[in-house]
Design a protein around this ligand. Structure first.
Ligand code: ACM
Length: 678
């Protein structure tokens, strides 16, 4: 018995020691099961891959991309020895389906030992995911690049893990979208939701209705050849492309060329926000004839089984203001505009079904008269997702995943699809929750800065949708997200590098050290507060070249500073190492404005940021003085404290759409120095 206990203790102790000696793997999304082993597999010039099993063209291309990416990541030009055993063997039982479905088997198993690596998957799709995991395993060590020994068994938690990109408000060219597909594949997202039409632009060539893009896009749209090429690019990476044509609301761009579709009077324009808006007229038979031909054409162009009809935010005033539509409602016994929209959706759903498409739409389409096959995408709240599932409808969560709201990654990460109303669903109902989608609405992005509005925060959402529900450690998430961010840049995304290029353009010089100090601690205003700063309607053609357009949505420096202050406070103000680092930051900020001011002054693009820089200097000074009081164990004079609190209140207010993210921890120091006795 004693021996037994001793053995167990020794085994447990060894496992613990092993676990402690092993650094965290930089995998994101975290796989379902990871068992670390001992030893490492060197990644050297002789690295090679062999493929067995189904070995379809998609896997062949995937392996080639994998090798090219591994070479970029390590800088090693691979030169395998002829006849030598492969370093990595890849086996998939079954090739990629010509059109990917919702319920594909995406699982894989990856084993790495010091002698080699094996990847097994039931499908090419799973093998592609496993290759991405291998790329994330490779790190630099004292002995060169290696993959640590590990056994990974992985599959996604949800089958639908999407990213919506709006290309209507600002047109985003195909090459920019393609690099975002590469990013999605790296974090195992599998649906690109393409928001192709809205009031500001209709972005797809239609040969049946050429005036849709011809008159509704100012020339910025995708040709059908470009779309086919894009869908094929996505398919090669295991990503489905779902088109969204928003109707009956958000559809002014349709009416520029086809004004008869509208409920209100034209003329219509996509020039700017000023032109009359409208919604589709659901009472005319011609509308349905149009939609039938349109869905037939687009249904062939976009092979996926799902077809998104939008359906959100229908402005009822255009129906209320049209006597013919009012008479129609009355004749059909419809009481509300929701009833009329449900009528429209039912007719549209039948058209979609005729062309073998499954309808998906936003919250507002949920109506008991629609068949249970439709899928509801929840943007207004988590509760509507549960409500849909309770009524037997499939659902996707987007509420909480709007990356255009400029939230920190942790806030998105904490949005759990199965929480709230969904937590009390039956097991059958829970299966109806298919996953979720992050959303990049494009009011405030251009091809230049869109990557930085999506990445790296989107990786945190990808993890929420792929990894087990109990993977929730925020510190671990941030550490891994930083590693993924480097990987994404080496894949060709520009989320990190664009900022400094934009700052250099604003400054007109290459040495932007002082400007970077300021940019590092600010974030754009949150939610839709940027809208309220606009003096009139948004001009979607205006340049987006201000500091607010360049800075990262989330400040790492501010988060680190805030964590340091928490550590210092929790130590009872005794942690001297933390205090020294806090002082270094505060000193940097205290004296930065003196260097930066002349630069801000001489640039029309930067002048608006002068008060932000001044506020940062004042915060630096306040924080340093607070620490001096703390060090001396003195209570600060009331007058000083009142003055500092006034500075802090001023610094809290957004200037030029920027929030100084270090205000709260500095306030904590100022308040603490009154209370602390050391
Ligand atoms: C939406 O944000 N209106 C879907």
């Amino acid at each position: 018995m004693k021996t037994c206990v001793l053995i167990i203790a020794v085994v447990l102790f060894s496992l613990l020691a092993l676990a402690q000696s092993q650094p965290q793997l930089n995998l994101m999304p975290m796989p379902a099961s990871v068992q670390q082993g001992s030893g490492t597999l060197p990644v050297t010039q002789s690295f090679s891959v062999s493929v067995t099993g189904a070995h379809d063209a998609a896997l062949e291309a995937g392996v080639q991309r994998f090798v090219a990416q591994l070479s970029r990541q390590t800088g090693i030009p691979f030169h395998p020895k002829a006849g030598a055993a492969a370093t990595l063997t890849v086996h998939a039982d079954k090739g990629l389906e010509a059109v990917l479905k919702l319920d594909e088997d995406e699982s894989y198993q990856l084993t790495v030992t010091d002698a080699g690596a094996q990847l097994f998957a039931p499908t090419t799709l799973g093998a592609l995911h496993g290759l991405q995991t291998f790329l994330q395993l490779v790190t630099i060590t004292q002995s060169g690049f290696v993959a640590p020994a590990v056994t990974i068994k992985d599959q996604p938690r949800f089958p639908w893990r999407g990213l919506l990109i709006d290309v209507s408000r600002h047109f985003i060219p195909v090459d920019v979208l393609k690099r975002n597909l590469d990013g999605m594949a790296a974090v195992k997202m599998n649906v690109l939701h393409w928001h192709l039409s809205d009031d500001q632009g209709f972005r797809v060539e239609s040969k049946v209705f050429p005036k849709l893009a011809g008159m509704g896009s100012e020339g910025h749209y995708y040709t059908q050849a470009e779309i086919r090429d894009f869908i094929s690019y996505a398919h090669d990476r295991g990503i489905r492309v779902i088109p969204e044509f928003d109707t009956p609301g958000h559809s002014r761009s349709w009416f520029v060329g086809y004004p008869d579709l509208a409920s209100g009077e034209g003329p219509f324009s996509v020039e700017n926000e000023n032109g009359p808006s409208s919604v589709t007229d659901p009472t005319r038979e011609e509308t349905y004839k149009f939609m039938d031909k349109f869905v037939e054409e687009m249904g062939k162009l976009f092979p996926d089984a799902y077809f998104h009809i939008g359906g959100d935010e229908v402005d009822g005033k255009f129906w209320d203001g049209n006597p013919k539509i009012q008479a129609f409602k009355q004749a059909h016994g419809m009481k509300t505009n929701q009833d009329l929209q449900a009528y429209y959706n039912q007719r549209l759903q039948k058209i979609l079904a005729k062309h073998h498409k499954t309808m998906i739409g936003w919250d507002e389409i949920l109506h008991p008269d629609l068949p249970k096959t439709i899928v509801v995408q929840s943007w207004r709240g988590q509760e509507s997702l549960a409500a849909a599932a309770k009524q037997g409808y499939g659902g996707l969560l987007s509420y909480g995943y709007y990356v255009d709201l400029m939230w920190p990654a942790a806030r998105h990460y904490n949005v759990e699809p199965m929480s709230g109303g969904a937590a009390s669903l039956t097991a059958e109902q829970q299966k109806l929750i298919l996953g979720g989608e992050s959303c990049q609405w494009a009011e405030w992005v251009t091809p230049e800065n869109i990557d930085s509005h999506i990445w790296p925060r989107n990786a945190a959402i990808a993890e929420r949708l792929w990894s087990p529900q109990d993977v929730t450690d925020v510190n671990s998430m941030y550490a891994r997200m930083h590693a993924v961010s480097l990987e994404l840049e080496s894949l060709g995304l520009t989320h990190d590098s664009t900022r400094d290029q934009m700052l250099q353009r604003m400054a007109g010089i290459s040495d932007i050290t002082a400007l970077r100090v300021l940019a590092d601690v600010v974030e754009p205003v949150k939610d839709y507060n940027r809208w309220s700063d606009e003096k009139g309607p948004i001009d979607f053609h205006a340049p987006l070249t201000r500091m607010i357009d360049a800075v990262y949505p989330e400040s790492d420096a501010a988060r680190e500073f805030s964590n340091l202050v928490q550590q210092f406070v929790q130590s009872g103000y005794k942690d001297q190492a933390a205090e020294a680092r806090i002082r270094t930051w505060l000193t940097l900020w205290r004296y930065n404005d003196a260097k930066l001011h002349p630069l801000l002054q001489q640039s029309a693009l930067l002048q608006e940021d002068i008060p932000v820089s001044q506020n940062l200097a004042m915060l630096g000074a306040a924080g340093l003085q607070a620490l001096d009081y703390l060090d001396k164990g003195q209570s600060e004079p009331d007058l000083w404290k009142a003055q500092q609190m006034a500075v802090i209140e001023q610094a809290k207010k957004p200037v030029a759409g920027l929030l100084l993210m270090v205000v709260a921890p500095v306030q904590q120091l100022v308040e603490a120095s009154g209370e602390a006795s050391r």
